[in-house]
Ligand binder design. Structure first.
Ligand code: MN
Length: 283
């Protein structure tokens, strides 16, 4: 199942090149009072809602995909956990290029740990990236993103895939410079998630996916998740040893070699096997 959010907070199932409107199913979630939950209610209930989503899709209006504005597939992620240097070749390029490392100590993930991006940075592909500090280098980082489906704490890597609601493409947009990552990677729109949530049955083994991005048609990054230093299961295990992971939490698994700058007017096109492709404008 490929589940998207689009236009004015609508929800759809993606089939071929159409979106089938299933928004009425959201009424099943009921109403939430203050304080709001720390998890995403739609993602938390996704498993039990699947038959209703399928039924609604049979009745739902079909809209061509190219006519909708795609939003991030998770409306209310509680946190965005990101892996900084999780491909060996990206570590090598970061160490070799002062424009990337800026004198910061760059270590592979075992030493660097993980970091958090602000949830206010999340946008969908249809919303685009609005750069700030355009006098500095602003880079694309394409990454496999996973969305947690149920509460996870101290999960072991072998069991970790059972905690995944689905996968999407993540763009960990980054201002290069000397400051902490969480500052440079969290401006509004610097976390693009899309084009939709692909459930685990669509994706199969997350350790064998080709991940790529072009900018204005020029190839930039193209690598396989088989080169991840810490795989998807290990990242969930490690993350859940620090934080309780809640439904809707997102883990960005790290970017491969080939990061590079973007500027206003550029168009990025990112793709991951068995998930899909998305186009994102930069302004
Ligand atoms: Mn990254």
């Amino acid at each position: 199942m490929k589940i998207c959010r689009y236009d004015d907070q609508r929800v759809g199932l993606v089939q071929d090149s159409a979106v089938l409107d299933v928004t009425p199913v959201l009424e099943e979630l009921g109403r939430f009072g203050y304080p709001l939950p720390k998890y995403d209610p739609f993602i938390a209930n996704l498993q039990s809602l699947k038959p209703k989503l399928e039924a609604a899709a049979r009745r739902g209006k079909a809209i061509p995909l190219d006519q909708v504005k795609l939003l991030a597939p998770v409306a209310n992620p509680g946190k965005i956990i990101a892996a900084p240097v999780n491909y060996a070749k990206h570590l090598q390029e970061a160490l070799a290029d002062k424009g990337i490392h800026h004198g910061n100590l760059v270590n592979e993930i075992h030493k660097a740990g993980m970091f958090l991006k602000a949830t206010s940075a999340v946008v969908g592909p249809g919303e685009g990236v609005k750069l700030v500090h355009t006098d500095r280098r602003n880079d694309h980082e394409v990454e496999l993103a996973l969305v947690i489906g149920r509460t996870a704490k101290n999960v072991n890597a072998a069991a970790a895939l059972d905690y995944i609601a689905g996968y999407c493409i993540g763009l960990d947009m980054t201002i290069r410079g000397p400051e902490e990552r969480s500052l440079r990677k969290s401006p509004d729109s610097y976390c693009v998630l899309g084009p939709w949530l692909a459930t685990p049955d669509e994706v199969g083994d997350p350790g064998s996916l080709q991940v790529s991005i072009t900018v204005n048609g020029e190839p930039r990054q193209d690598a396989s998740t088989s080169d991840l230093i810490l795989g998807v299961g290990e990242l969930i295990a490690w993350g859940s040893s620090f934080y309780t992971l809640h439904p809707g939490d997102v883990i960005l698994t790290g970017t491969p070699q080939g990061v590079g700058p973007v500027k206003p007017g550029d168009t990025m096109r990112a793709r991951i096997d068995r998930i899909g492709a998305m186009q994102v404008r930069v302004s």
